[in-house]
Design a protein around this ligand. Structure first.
Ligand code: GRG
Length: 309
């Protein structure tokens, strides 16, 4: 019953998120730079779970947000995420040929254009997020909401740059191909917290900030993102070994090929599963302390722990 009810809710909410994202994609302006726009949209339109904008949408509404200022931020976080996937798949990093069930951007448009399309998406994410001010512009009572937008922009930058995702990715790259078990648990946790969790913390936190939640609630969303993010990455490690390439839409055994230390190489599949389950329990316990209707989010967190794609 719960599966049916929340499964349907997930479908509806993902469709809303999808519409928002597509509304903010760059269109064809009839100019010479057609290819880069096409390459940007190719990966954005290839699908994906849309988890990050969905989490932002949930957190925004959980804390009572009612305006459209969240929408450009939802599109922006998906653009940043997609930029990271395009660059991560490049021959210089993971050298993967399949993403979201389709040939990777560099496989279709060539390496130089994929590099540029990734850069352009990262930049366009901020151009898009700034559009939130268009919803408050000229309003007499805009000051408070503008303050929230500024704080959300600051958070977006912090979580994705050298204090966030890119810090994690840089340490990951630095330690790659140094052989299994060359990284200890502390270093691996650092990489996962920064490379993956920061981009899950960001939408949960930004949703709460934009809705005008208290500082303690914003911290709570951050904490939640840390737990969900780590569980999500460890499940990714597991799926790289046990998953199905067609269902995942990306190659399996990529970690082995790149000689990466993962939770599976450190703890084995069963040990990694136990860790996902324990982090998921902690995330659910945290959500149970949050006032408001968190039933769907709790279901989603559990669903992510059992995901097969
Ligand atoms: C900027 C090059 C660069 C990298 C940043 C995020 C990241 C670091 C690299 C992307 C590849 C990767 C393994 C990231 C870890 C997080 C993760 C499992 C991403 C995949 O996210 P999903 O499963 O993808 O939500 P979809 O396609 O569903 O959106």
């Amino acid at each position: 019953m719960e599966e049916l009810e929340f499964g349907g809710e997930l479908e509806k909410k993902t469709a809303v998120v999808e519409q928002v994202i597509r509304r903010y994609l760059p269109g064809d302006d009839g100019g010479y730079a057609k290819k880069i726009r096409e390459a940007m949209c190719y990966s954005m339109e290839a699908g994906g779970k849309r988890l990050r904008p969905l989490l932002m949408y949930e957190s925004y509404h959980l804390y009572g947000g009612e305006s459209a200022i969240v929408e450009p931020f939802m599109a922006a976080i998906e653009m940043i995420h997609t930029h990271s996937l395009i660059h991560d798949d490049l021959p210089a990093i993971d050298n993967d040929a399949l993403r979201r069930g389709k040939p990777t951007t560099h496989a279709v448009y060539g390496e130089p254009m994929a590099l540029l399309a990734g850069d352009a998406l990262l930049n366009y994410a901020y151009e898009t997020a700034f559009q939130a001010f268009l919803y408050t512009y000229g309003r007499e009572d805009a000051e408070e909401e503008d303050g929230r937008i500024v704080e959300a922009l600051r958070t977006l930058g912090e979580k994705t740059g050298i204090h966030g995702m890119l810090a994690g990715q840089s340490v990951d790259v630095e330690n790659e191909k140094s052989g299994h078990l060359s990284i200890d648990r502390d270093l691996l946790d650092y990489i996962y917290e920064y490379k993956t969790s920061k981009l899950i913390e960001a939408p949960l936190q930004i949703g709460a900030i934009l809705a005008g939640a208290d500082k303690s609630d914003v911290f709570c969303m951050n904490d939640l993102g840390k737990k969900i993010g780590l569980a999500f990455q460890i499940q990714d490690d597991i799926l790289d070994v046990t998953g199905d390439e067609e269902e995942l839409g990306k190659p399996i055994r990529s970690d082995e090929r790149n000689e990466k230390t993962t939770y599976v190489t450190l703890l084995g599949v069963d040990g990694a599963r136990e860790k996902v389950e324990s982090l998921t329990r902690q995330a659910v316990e945290l959500l149970e302390t949050v006032p408001g209707d968190t039933a769907f989010l709790i279901w989603l967190v559990k669903k992510l722990a059992a995901r097969t794609k």
